[in-house]
Design a binder for this molecule. Structure first.
Ligand code: NAD
Ligand code: MG
Length: 395
C-alpha cells in the first residue's frame, strides 16, 4: 500500500489582514486542507475571522498576538481540534513549527521577530512584511542564506522585479524602476495636503489594503520603504533604484538593462497576483485575477515624483546611502509619526518633518550605520527612535 502524498505544510502570519485574507483565499481555491497541511494561522484582535479561517482550513494552531484575546478565541474554537495560543512568545513558538511555505503578512516591525524565526525553516518565505527588510535587511538575508530559505518578495513591485529578472543576469541590470500610483493626493497642493485627515488618507485610488499601508501610500512613505526593500532584495546601489509615478497601477515595476532594453511587468492591481506567484513558484497556476483589457484602458501615464510634496522619497535616499540600522530608525520614526497622526496629535505634513528631524538626531547613535547586528540591537534603536520622536512632538 502506498502512503498518501504528503501535503505541503504552510503557515500564514497576519492571516486576518488584507494580505492574509488574500492568501487564505488562494489556499482555499487551490484545494484548502486537501492540498495543504495548514500549521499555524495568526491574527490579533479579529478572533472571529481567525477562528473561521482556522476551522475552514483545519489549521493545527491559531494564535492571537493579544493575550487578552486568548479566552474569546479559545471559546470560538472549542471542540474544533484547533490548538489555541496567545501572546508574543506564542507567536514565535508557532513560527518555529516546521513548514515548507510561510506567508509573512503581519503589519509593521512587529512582524520582524516571527519572520526571523520563519526564515530558519528552509523552504519558501513569502515576504509581504516589508518592514522586516527595511529595519533588519542584513540580518534577515543572512538568516535566509544560512538556512537555505528562499525569500520571495510579495510586495507587488518587488514581485514584478523578481519576475522580470527570471532568466536574466543581475550583473547586466542598469536600473530598477518602482512605479507608484501617487496616492489620493497626487495632484493636491501642499496647502490642501496640510488639511488631510486620517479618513481621507485611508482611501487609496487603486489598491484595497490595510489602513497603515494605505496611509503610507498617501504620504509615499510606502514607496520610500520599498526603495530600501528593493536595495536589500536585489543588491543594487542607491543610484540605480528609481521611482516613477504611474497613476493607473498597471505597470508594477520596470527593469532596465545595460543595452537600453527595459522589461516591464503588468497586471491588475490585485495582490493575489504577487501572493499566488509566491505560492506556486517556481510554477505558474491559473489565478482568480482580472485579465487586463489594454484597449479598454486606452493609456498608461507616467510622471516624475514631486519630492517637495512627498519628502519621504528624499529621506529614503539618505537611508539607502547610510545602510545598516538607518533603516530601523527610518521605519520606527515613520511608524511613530503615523501613530501620532492617527491619534490626531500631528498633521499630515508633520509626519515627514518628524521623521526627518528624528533621523538627523539618531544618525549620531553608536549603532546607526552597523550592518552586523542582532535582533536586540534593532529593538533597542527602534525604541529609542520612537521615544525621541514622541518627545519631539511634545507627546
Ligand atoms: P492589515 O492591517 O490588513 O493586516 C495586518 C495583520 O497583522 C492582521 O492579521 C493583524 O491581526 C496582524 N497584526 C497587527 N498588529 C500585530 C502585532 N502587533 N503583532 C502581531 N500581529 C499583528 O495589513 P496588510 O495591509 O495586510 O499589510 C501586511 C503587510 O504586508 C505590511 O507589512 C504591508 O506593508 C505589506 N503589504 C501589504 C499590501 C496590501 O495589499 N495590503 C501590499 C504590499 C505589502
Ligand atoms: Mg508595494
Amino acid at each position: 500500500m502506498s502512503a498518501a502524498p504528503s501535503r505541503r505544510r504552510v503557515s500564514v502570519f497576519g492571516a486576518t489582514g488584507s494580505i492574509g485574507s488574500n492568501t487564505i483565499d488562494l489556499l482555499e481555491r487551490q484545494g484548502g486542507a486537501e492540498t495543504y497541511e495548514v500549521v499555524a494561522l495568526s491574527g490579533a484582535g479579529n478572533v472571529a475571522l481567525l477562528a473561521e479561517q482556522a476551522i475552514k482550513l483545519r489549521a493545527r494552531i491559531a494564535v492571537t498576538a493579544l493575550p487578552e484575546c486568548y479566552a474569546p478565541l479559545k471559546e470560538l474554537l472549542a471542540g474544533s481540534g484547533v490548538e489555541v495560543a496567545a501572546g508574543a512568545q506564542a507567536l514565535l513558538d508557532a513560527a518555529a513549527e516546521p513548514v515548507d511555505w510561510t506567508m509573512s503578512g503581519i503589519v509593521g516591525v512587529a512582524g520582524l521577530a516571527p519572520t526571523l524565526v520563519s526564515a530558519g525553516h528552509g523552504g519558501v518565505l513569502a515576504l509581504a512584511n516589508k518592514e522586516s527588510l527595511v529595519a533588519a535587511g542584513d540580518l534577515l538575508l543572512e538568516r535566509c542564506q544560512v538556512y537555505g530559505t528562499k525569500l520571495l518578495p510579495t510586495d507587488s513591485e518587488h514581485s514584478a522585479i523578481f519576475q522580470s529578472l527570471q532568466g536574466q543576469d543581475l550583473a547586466e541590470v542598469e536600473r530598477i524602476i518602482l512605479t507608484a500610483s501617487g496616492g489620493p493626493f497626487r495632484t493636491w497642493s501642499r496647502e490642501e495636503m496640510a488639511r488631510v485627515t486620517p479618513q481621507l488618507a485611508r482611501a487609496h485610488p487603486n489598491w484595497n489594503m490595510g489602513e497603515r499601508i494605505s496611509i503610507d501610500s498617501s504620504t509615499m512613505f510606502n514607496k520610500a520603504l520599498e526603495l530600501i526593500e528593493a536595495k536589500h532584495l536585489f543588491g543594487v546601489s542607491a543610484d540605480r533604484i528609481e521611482v516613477i509615478i504611474h497613476p493607473q497601477s498597471i505597470v508594477h515595476a520596470i527593469v532596465g538593462f545595460f543595452d537600453g532594453a527595459m522589461l516591464a511587468h503588468m497586471g491588475p492591481p490585485d495582490m493575489r497576483g504577487a501572493i499566488g506567484f509566491a505560492l506556486n513558484w517556481p510554477k505558474r497556476r491559473d489565478l482568480p485575477v482580472a485579465r487586463l483589457d489594454l484597449a479598454a484602458l486606452g493609456r498608461l501615464d507616467f510622471e516624475a515624483p514631486d519630492l517637495a510634496r512627498f519628502p519621504a522619497l528624499a529621506i529614503a535616499q539618505g537611508v539607502l546611502e547610510d545602510g545598516g540600522l538607518s533603516g530601523a530608525v527610518f521605519n520606527a520614526a515613520k511608524e511613530q509619526a503615523l501613530d501620532l497622526f492617527l491619534a490626531g496629535k500631528i498633521g499630515f505634513l508633520a509626519m515627514a518633518d518628524l521623521v526627518e528631524v528624528t533621523m538627523e538626531r539618531l544618525a549620531g547613535h553608536s549603532k546607526y550605520g552597523h550592518t552586523s547586528y542582532v535582533l536586540d540591537d534593532v529593538t533597542e534603536i527602534d525604541a529609542e527612535t520612537r521615544r525621541f520622536a514622541r518627545q519631539l512632538s511634545g507627546q
